[in-house]
Design a protein around this ligand. Structure first.
Ligand SMILES: Nc1ncnc2c1ncn2[C@@H]1O[C@H](COP(=O)(O)OP(=O)(O)OP(=O)(O)O)[C@@H](O)[C@H]1O
Ligand SMILES: [Mg+2]
Length: 267
């Protein structure tokens, strides 16, 4: 598997340049993988996501972003989108007066068979097209429905890299399982997913993960290894054992968990 995205020493200041939000971050994302980015509130996850998309508010002051082997650091959001990067927002858009069909169609380059493409995208996110195509993208949709439509619009663009910022935030437990199925469907369409998430049950679907902590990337590894460092840094021993490392399907033995906790806490 080759790398679709390579971040090298990426540093992102605040818009007023007074502080650093993301500090010297380097990691690789393998093509056609699900790569999770985890970390506490305010650790810089969304900032990094917007910066990879090329949004001007989050311009990097140092470092390099390489997409598909090409240096895209100086390219804007439109050029990066054309190359195959797309982002689904943490807070989905509300565009009054636009039908779901038209909203999804906005991002589709080849305007032939638009309806079929929109239907396919809705099916991928497990939404009934007959029920939703003519609805409006406004407050009459529930938060969960808007999230799915946002995802459908992103999928319809057929990007090579799809950045999902907290795609399951605000969703209930019942649909979480459904989203895991959707992520696997996206992966099966040969897209790479950069998955920003707080949830360990969602992260478990990832092939790899990176932990952001205070704006720094402290580890990139398999998800359980990264989650273990997260718990250790945060001192969440009970949470760690209760959730990620339950006896029945333990990822690690007790001794290993103790060792990592000691290591992280002595840093
Ligand atoms: N213009 C600014 N001035 C000062 N601080 C800023 C500015 N813009 C962003 N920040 C800070 O940068 C930090 C990183 O924000 P970011 O939204 O990237 O975090 P996050 O990891 O996505 O958090 P969450 O899990 O809550 O979504 C936050 O503490 C935020 O307050
Ligand atoms: Mg965020």
């Amino acid at each position: 598997m080759s790398e679709i995205l390579q971040l090298r020493n990426v540093t992102i200041p605040t818009f007023d340049q007074k502080a650093i939000i993301v500090d010297d971050v380097s990691f690789d994302v393998k093509e056609k993988s699900i790569h999770a980015v985890i970390g506490p509130n305010g650790s810089g996850k969304s900032t990094l996501a917007y910066s990879i998309m090329g949004l001007p508010t989050y311009k990097i002051s140092k470092g390099t972003i390489i997409f598909d082997g090409k240096d895209v650091t100086e390219l804007g959001v439109t050029e990066r989108a054309k190359m195959g990067i797309t982002l689904a927002w943490q807070e989905p858009a509300r565009i009054d007066g636009l039908s779901v069909l038209k909203y999804i169609a906005l991002g589709i380059k080849d305007k032939t068979n638009l309806k079929e493409k929109a239907v396919e995208a809705l099916n991928t996110v497990n939404m009934n097209p007959d029920k939703y195509l003519d609805r409006f993208v406004d407050d009459s949709l529930s938060g969960g429905e808007r999230k799915r439509i946002e995802l459908a619009a992103a999928i319809a663009m057929r990007p090579r890299l799809i950045i999902l910022d907290e795609p399951t935030a605000g969703l209930d437990l019942i649909v979480i399982e459904d989203f895991l199925n959707i992520f696997n469907k996206i992966k099966a369409l040969d897209m790479t997913i950069l998955l920003i998430t707080h949830r360990e049950d969602i992260g478990m679907i990832a092939d790899y993960a990176t932990l952001l902590w205070g704006g720094e990337a402290v580890r990139t590894d398999t998800f359980p290894e990264v989650m273990l460092r997260y718990c250790a840094k945060a001192g969440l021993r009970e949470f760690c054992k209760r959730t990620l490392f339950q006896e029945e399907e333990a990822c690690f033995g007790e001794d290993y968990i103790d060792k990592i906790f000691r290591e992280e806490q002595s840093k």
